[in-house]
Design a protein around this ligand. Structure first.
Ligand code: 6R9
Length: 767
């Protein structure tokens, strides 16, 4: 039982939502509208004498376990406290319920409420003692940040001296136009400089005697399968592949598509491209053949590097088969497919003349390959990400600025130093696997863990077994995985030695405070600062992030800008808001790793990022800023949904659904999901003559799987003979979101709907 003295109540605003969390003891009279847990959970709830009220109307207790005291997963954006129960390291979390109107009013007024003597406010910043190796304290950060924005060329010029430049850049190396009214948007960093990212990741360390240190620590899908590659070994493999690429006609500026599982060959392929100035485009192994084809076509890849297949838990993914299918749709473009024979998935089809084996071809290549020195603004990679229209965007990053931000953020945010064992659980198919699995750690001479498998295979202890095995010092992962591991139970964590851990990071979506606290308390035993890093594919590197040990960290807060980044909070009119409040998150000036364009579509680049608020880069996210100037990211404000930290454009999913011959119209919205953060909820209108059946639901889900990938499959299909549209024919997504969230009492004004009756029909039709 939770002891009386530890009962707490507080109200906290996060995500613009005022939340009143009531931790009631059984004796307390419940306010109207609060449903006792007992009622919801039956006998299990007897161990949770707690009640919660939430005005966001989104907070529902979603997961329970009947084992030892455990956590309930909650609405990911809500602030809530958790405290340890006597005698166990587990947390009891709180269930949330909807409150009724009078209480809402009460809650909305002050930010924090104290409702009972002895209550305390648990969401205070957490101080986790840690001595940062570069920054003494907050005032040093303040001074350096100020210099970085007042004298960007000087500041980044100094930082750049940590890297090798074959040709020194000019003193005044930086220029930009961030304002569409003044002409074309551009950003240039390190003008006149020539460098090479792979040289800086590998050769530089070998030259200073780190050649025999581990660079990549590969952990295979099956426990017990592993491989250590030193800097020298990675260098040799990179050179062999770089030589093969050259021998096959790839030169500076050519595009190479990479579709590989998480084998060491994946970062090696990226580094090989960068060594010769080729532009890599990594396509996530979860993408379907259609998605692969559209990306290969868009980036104009001449070569595809793939594998026979890859293992995810017990499942084999036939990557080569997907490539064959995809390339059939873009015939004539790709001249060579280099196939890594993965012994776990040995079979695949073969196209003579086009397909060649990695193992055969590379063995005869030299392990030395001259570096191609490239201008600082030479393209490094394109990476496709979802936007608010159907067509994915090819985000293009260039060499010098990206290198500087990748190296510097990794050094400061993870306090990463040569020899550290660092593990980022992301796949290289996403930006995090580029900046913080490959380039950032290698630029800093660290050992980066590359994990092929699934974090819960063969059991829920795998992550912690890997931490113990490699003595991981910095662990970087996503809130969705943290939530999944919370649900598995603390015993999986505590079974393994985590004493090597020093810093814990998260990325991909706002982290709910309960997940934050579990990560801090259970995983890190209260010793490890948590860095909740906010950034995007487009920003190339962290832009708002804590720095470990430099200031106390409130759970769920991305906090302060990294060096060189000037965030602003804007209102709808694009005016900068001062002080505490809430608004749109934008950035005022260029930082070194800003995306330079969308490949082949500079106009879309300007429209997407620079048109919405003139003079600013618009992130697409909302933010809250507290009176201490800290930023709390509140999530996307556009039609992009964040599922398990993966960005999915609603328009992309809608386009796939309407490919079905029976589908007349589709509208997709996000719903809260306990583990994934957000899930996809699709409203479907069928064409005349088609029947609303369960079999058809399956077909619709399958079409999304095949056009985009399984991770984008809708969680719910809601039959919608009519959609709520304005008289001008625009779908009112707000109404769809409310119905999906079962918040129809909060639909708001529907008077502009062409046919308000469709709303009732949709509610009646709810699956
Ligand atoms: C790195 C990455 C970017 C979107 C971004 C935002 C969300 C990422 C976050 C976060 C709150 C954080 N996001 N990190 N939201 N707190 N620490 O995830 O890139 O796949 O392009 O997604 O993810 O909504 O706009 P990407």
């Amino acid at each position: 039982m939770v002891e009386n003295k530890s009962a707490q109540r507080y109200a906290e605003g996060v995500h613009g939502t005022m939340v009143l969390a009531l931790h009631c003891l059984a004796r307390l009279t419940l306010p109207k509208g609060c449903i006792p847990l007992q009622q919801r959970f039956g006998a299990f709830s007897k161990r949770l004498p707690l009640f919660m009220l939430c005005t966001s109307a989104q907070c529902l207790p979603l997961h329970t376990r009947t084992g030892s005291p455990s956590c309930l997963s909650l609405h990911p954006h809500c602030a809530l406290s958790a405290h340890r129960t006597a005698g166990t390291r587990s947390f009891l979390s709180r269930a949330w319920e909807l409150s009724e109107q009078p209480l809402k009013k009460l809650v909305r007024r002050p930010l924090r409420l104290r409702l009972e003597a002895g209550a305390h406010e648990p969401m205070e910043p957490v101080s986790t003692p840690y001595q940062h190796s570069l920054l003494k304290d907050r005032s040093q950060y303040d001074a350096e940040w100020r210099r970085s924005v007042e004298d960007p060329a000087g500041f980044w010029g100094d930082m750049a001296s940590n890297y090798h430049w074959e040709q020194q850049f000019e003193t005044n190396h930086q220029s930009e136009n961030f304002d569409v009214r003044k002409g074309k948007i551009f950003q240039k960093w390190f003008r006149g400089g020539k460098t090479n990212l792979t040289y800086n990741c590998l050769d530089r360390h070998i030259e200073r005697g780190l050649g025999d240190s581990p660079a990549l620590l590969w952990e295979g899908n099956e426990p017990g399968t592993d491989k250590v590659l030193t800097y020298k070994q990675v260098h040799a493999a990179v050179c062999q592949l770089a030589n093969w690429l050259k021998a096959n006609g790839i030169t500076k500026g050519d595009a190479v598509a990479i579709y590989l599982p998480m084998l060491p060959e994946l970062p090696i392929a990226m580094l090989a491209c960068a060594r010769i100035g080729a532009v890599h485009s990594v396509i996530f192994g979860g993408f379907s053949s259609d998605a692969l084809a559209s990306r290969v076509k868009n980036c104009e890849a001449k070569v595809v590097i793939t594998a026979t297949g890859g293992m995810r838990g017990k499942k084999a993914i036939p990557l080569k088969r997907i490539v064959d299918k995809g390339l059939a749709k873009v015939s004539g473009l790709v001249s060579k497919v280099l196939v890594y024979k993965n012994p776990d998935v040995p079979e695949c089809d073969w196209t003579d003349g086009r397909d060649v084996w990695w193992q055969d071809e590379l063995a005869s290549q030299s392990t030395d390959c001259a570096v191609e020195w490239v201008e600082s603004e030479h393209p490094l990679f394109t990476l496709y990400t979802s936007g608010s229209t159907g067509q994915p965007k090819g985000v293009l990053h260039t060499t010098g600025g990206y290198m500087l931000m990748a190296g510097t953020t990794t050094r400061y945010v993870f306090d990463l130093q040569p020899g550290d064992v660092y593990w980022c659980t992301a796949d290289c198919g996403w930006i995090t696997g580029h900046t913080y699995l490959t380039y950032g750690p290698l630029l800093n001479g660290a050992a980066s863990v590359v994990f092929e498998g699934q974090p819960t295979y063969p059991d829920a202890g795998r992550v912690w077994a890997i931490v113990q095995k490699y003595k991981v010092k910095q662990l970087y992962t996503a809130p969705t995985l943290i939530r999944a591991l919370i649900n598995a139970g603390d015993q999986w964590v505590t079974k393994y030695d985590r004493s090597s851990l020093a810093i814990l990071g998260t990325v991909g979506e706002p982290i709910n405070p309960i997940a934050w606290q579990w990560y801090h308390e259970v995983v890190g035993e209260g010793r490890c600062p948590i860095v909740d890093t906010y950034w995007q594919t487009e920003t190339g590197a962290h832009i708002i992030t804590p720095l470990p040990g430099v200031w106390p960290q409130p759970p769920g807060c991305a906090s302060l800008p990294f060096f060189g980044v000037q965030p602003v909070m804007l209102n709808e009119k694009g005016e900068e808001l001062q002080g505490a409040g809430e608004g749109f998150l934008a950035v005022k000036a260029s930082w070194p790793s800003t995306l330079r364009t969308l490949f082949g579509d500079h106009a879309r680049y300007e429209t997407t990022y620079f048109q919405p608020f003139k003079g600013y880069y618009f992130t697409g996210d909302g933010t809250r800023r507290d009176k201490e100037g800290r930023y709390w990211i509140t999530g996307r404000v556009d039609d992009v949904i964040n599922v398990s930290g993966h960005r999915i454009g609603t328009a992309e999913v809608e386009a796939a659904l309407t490919e079905h011959p029976g589908c007349s119209e589709a509208a997709v919205v996000g719903i809260e999901h306990a583990v994934k953060g957000q899930g996809l909820y699709a409203y479907i209108t069928l064409k005349e003559g088609h029947e609303y059946t369960d079999a058809l639901k399956k077909e619709l889900v399958n079409i999304v799987r095949s056009q985009i990938g399984a991770f984008a499959a809708p969680d719910v299909i809601h039959w919608a003979p009519g959609l709520p549209k304005t008289r001008s024919g625009k779908i009112m997504r707000r109404v769809l979101r409310k119905i999906a969230a079962k918040e129809e009492s909060e639909l708001g004004d529907t008077s502009t709907l062409a046919d308000p009756a469709v709303v009732d029909a949709l509610i009646a039709n709810r699956p």
